[in-house]
Design a protein around this ligand. Structure first.
Ligand SMILES: Nc1ncnc2c1ncn2[C@@H]1O[C@H](COP(=O)(O)OP(=O)(O)OP(=O)(O)O)[C@@H](O)[C@H]1O
Length: 577
C-alpha cells in the first residue's frame, strides 16, 4: 500500500473532524513556529560562530536579543504545544467516537443488535490510534514540511547551489526512509509471527504438561524451542542490522550534504577554481548555511519517517470510515409535524416490511389500537411481533404503508413525520432483552428524561415493586449484570414509566419470568394510564389486555407473502385488567 493510499484513507475521516479545523490549524501553527524558532536558533548560533571566527566580531546586542527572544518563544510554545495537542486529541477522540456511535445507532447493525463487544473494542482501539494521528502527527508533519521549505528558500536565497544540494540530499533521505519502511514492515511482521508461534508453542507445552512428561517429550520441546528462539533472534538481528545501515546511510547523506554545501560555497567564492573571483557568499555565513541545510534535511527525515510509518493506521482508518459512513435506516423529516395533544392511539396502516434481502415479515398489515387501549400482540415464534413493536418504536421504517400515532379527534401523524425527540417523549419501549446501563439506578431511570425529583423516581420504583431491594444510589454493574431477569425487567419498566409516555410498547418482557414476577409486571402494565401494545407468548400477560391481535406465523401463511387484513385485528379477549 502506498503512502498516497494511506493518506487517502486518513483523509476520508476529515468530514467527521471538520468542526475541529481551527484546533488543527492552531496546533499546526504552534508546532511550526516552535520548530522554526529552533531552526532559527541553530542557524543564528552558527552564524555568530562564523562571524566571530572569520571576522573576529563577537555577536552584538541585536543577536543576543534575538536569541533570548527565540529561547523564550520556544519555551512558551513547547508548553503550549502540549496543551493544544492534548485538548485537540480529546476533542478528536470524542468526535470520532460520537460519529461512530451515531452511525451505528442509525444504521442496520445497531438495530439488529449486530455489533458485538469485540467489534466495538476494535473500533475504539482504532479511534484511539487515529486520535493521536490527527492531534499530534498531522501538525508534526506539517511543521517539518514548513521548516524544510523555509530552510530551502533561505539557503537558495543565500546561495542557489546550496539550495540544490539540500534538495538532492533531502530527496535521498526521503527515498531511503520509504525504502527502509517496506523492509522494516516485512521483517517486523516476520519477527512478530515467529515470536507468536514461539509463545503458542510454550503455552501448548505447558497446557499439556502431563502428556509431555508421560511421553518423555521434554528434551524435544526444549530443542524445538531453542531452534525457534534462535530463528526469532536471527530475524531481530537482521531487522536491527538494516535499521543501523539505514541510520548510517542517513548520516552519510547528511555528511555529503554538509560537504556539498561547503564545496558549492567554495566554488562560488572561486576558491576551488583558484580564480578568486565573485565572492558570492561571505565565509562568515558558511556555518549558517551548513546549519540551514542540516535543519532542512533533518525536517525531511522526520516527515518521511512519519509518513512511511502510517500504514498500521490505514486499516483502522478504513474500518472507522466504513463505520461512520453506514447509511441510516431512518431519517429525520425535512419539516417535522406536531404531535396531536392528549391520549394517542397507534395505527399500522397497510404496513409492509422485510429485513434486507429476506422474505417479507409483514405485508399490507393493518392494526389499530385506540387511545388508552391495552392491546396484546400474539402469534407463533417468528411471526413478526417484535418487528411490529420495533416499527412502532421507529427502530425501522416500513417499506410500504405507515405507522401512525392517532389523536383522540382522529388526527393522525406518521412516525416518520415526527421529530425524533417528540416521538421518544411520547412513545416508550421496554425491550425483550431488558438492558440497563452501567451506572446507578437513578442514572438509569433518568436516561433521556432530564431531571426528576428523587421523590418521583422513588415512587416509580415503588410502583414496579423494586423499592424493597434496590435504592436510587445503588450501582447496577455493567448492563445490570448483578440483577436477575425479573429485577432487570422491573427496572426497565420503571425507566419507561419515568418518561410518562403516552404509548407504552412492551416486547416479551415477561417471557422468561416466574409466574409471580410475571403477574407483578403485568399488574404494573395493566395499571398504566395510557395506550399499551405488548407482544407476548404468555396467556396470563395477554389475558390482562383489552384485546389481542394475532399475527400469523410463517407456517400458517401457506408459503404466501404474509398479509394480515383488517379482519385479523378483530380477534379479541374480554377486557380483564
Ligand atoms: N434483525 C433481523 N434481521 C433479519 N431478520 C430478522 C431480524 N429480526 C427478525 N428477523 C426475522 O423476521 C421474522 C420475524 O421475527 P420477529 O422477531 O419479529 O418475530 P417474533 O414474532 O417476535 O418472534 P419471537 O416470538 O420468537 O420473538 C423472523 O423470521 C426472524 O428470523
Amino acid at each position: 500500500m502506498t503512502t498516497v493510499s494511506a493518506l487517502r484513507a486518513l483523509r476520508g475521516l476529515l468530514p467527521a473532524l471538520r468542526p475541529e479545523w481551527r484546533g488543527m490549524l492552531w496546533s499546526y501553527l504552534v508546532g511550526t513556529v516552535s520548530a522554526l524558532a529552533l531552526a532559527a536558533l541553530t542557524v543564528l548560533t552558527a552564524w555568530a560562530v562564523g562571524r566571530a571566527v572569520v571576522e573576529g566580531e563577537p555577536p552584538g546586542a541585536v543577536w543576543w536579543a534575538a536569541v533570548i527572544g527565540l529561547v523564550v518563544l520556544r519555551t512558551v510554545l513547547t508548553w503550549q504545544e502540549m496543551d493544544v495537542s492534548h485538548a485537540l486529541a480529546y476533542r478528536v477522540l470524542a468526535r470520532l467516537r460520537m460519529a461512530l456511535f451515531d452511525a451505528y445507532a442509525r444504521s442496520v447493525p445497531g438495530r439488529r443488535r449486530e455489533h458485538s463487544g469485540r467489534a466495538a473494542t476494535v473500533a475504539m482501539g482504532d479511534i484511539e490510534k487515529l486520535e493521536f494521528f490527527y492531534a499530534h502527527t498531522v501538525a508534526q508533519i506539517g511543521a517539518s514540511v514548513t521548516v524544510f521549505l523555509a530552510a530551502l528558500a533561505t539557503a537558495t536565497v543565500l546561495l542557489p547551489q546550496a539550495g540544490a544540494v539540500m534538495l538532492v540530499g533531502s530527496a535521498a533521505v526521503a527515498a531511503s526512509a520509504f525504502a527502509w519502511a517496506r523492509t522494516a514492515r516485512r521483517l517486523g511482521e516476520e519477527e512478530q509471527r515467529e515470536r507468536s508461534a514461539l509463545s503458542a508453542r510454550m503455552v501448548d507445552a505447558l497446557g499439556a504438561l502431563r502428556e509431555v512428561l508421560a511421553y518423555g517429550l521434554a528434551p524435544r520441546i526444549v530443542a524445538e524451542t531453542d531452534a525457534a528462539t534462535a530463528a526469532a533472534a536471527a530475524t531481530t538481528r537482521r531487522r536491527e542490522l538494516v535499521a543501523q545501515l539505514v541510520t548510517a546511510l542517513r548520516e552519510l547523506i547528511v555528511t555529503a550534504v554538509v560537504i556539498g554545501v561547503i564545496a558549492v560555497s567554495a566554488s562560488a567564492a572561486g576558491v576551488l577554481s583558484g580564480s578568486g573571483a565573485g565572492a558570492a557568499l561571505s565565509p562568515a555565513l558558511l556555518p549558517a548555511l551548513v546549519a540551514l541545510a542540516v535543519a532542512g534535511v533533518a525536517a525531511t527525515t522526520e516527515a518521511a519517517t512519519t509518513l512511511s510509518q502510517l500504514h498500521p493506521l490505514v486499516a483502522g482508518a478504513d474500518r472507522v470510515a466504513a463505520g461512520i459512513n453506514r447509511p441510516p435506516v431512518v431519517s429525520e423529516p425535512a419539516a417535522a409535524r406536531r404531535l396531536p395533544v392528549g391520549p394517542l392511539g397507534l395505527r399500522f396502516r397497510d404496513v409492509g416490511f422485510a429485513y434486507d434481502g429476506r422474505e417479507p415479515v409483514l405485508a399490507s398489515w393493518f392494526a389499530e389500537i385506540a387511545p388508552g387501549e391495552h392491546v396484546g400482540l400474539a402469534g407463533p415464534s417468528g411471526a413478526g411481533k417484535s418487528t411490529a413493536v420495533a416499527l412502532a418504536a421507529r427502530l425501522w421504517d416500513p417499506a410500504s404503508g405507515a405507522v401512525e400515532l392517532v389523536g383522540g379527534d382522529g388526527d393522525a401523524v406518521a412516525l416518520s413525520e415526527l421529530d425524533d425527540t417528540d416521538l421518544r417523549g411520547a412513545v416508550a419501549l421496554v425491550d425483550q432483552d431488558a438492558t440497563l446501563f452501567h451506572g446507578t439506578v437513578r442514572e438509569n431511570l433518568l436516561r433521556g428524561t432530564g431531571t426528576r425529583p428523587d421523590a418521583d423516581l422513588a415512587a416509580v420504583l415503588e410502583r414496579v415493586g423494586a423499592d424493597g431491594w434496590i435504592g436510587l444510589d445503588d450501582g447496577l454493574g455493567e448492563s445490570g449484570v448483578r440483577l436477575s431477569g425479573g429485577q432487570r425487567a422491573r427496572l426497565c419498566l420503571a425507566r419507561a414509566l419515568v418518561r410518562s409516555p403516552r404509548v407504552l410498547l412492551v416486547d416479551e418482557v415477561t417471557a422468561s419470568l416466574d409466574p409471580a414476577t410475571e403477574r407483578a409486571i403485568s399488574d404494573v402494565i395493566a395499571g398504566f394510564d395510557g395506550t399499551v401494545l405488548i407482544a407476548s407468548h404468555r396467556a396470563e400477560t395477554l389475558a390482562r389486555c383489552d384485546r389481542v391481535i394475532r399475527i400469523e406465523g410463517p407456517g400458517e401463511r401457506g408459503g404466501q407473502a404474509p398479509v394480515t387484513t383488517r379482519m385479523d385485528t378483530a380477534g379479541t379477549s374480554p377486557p380483564s385488567r
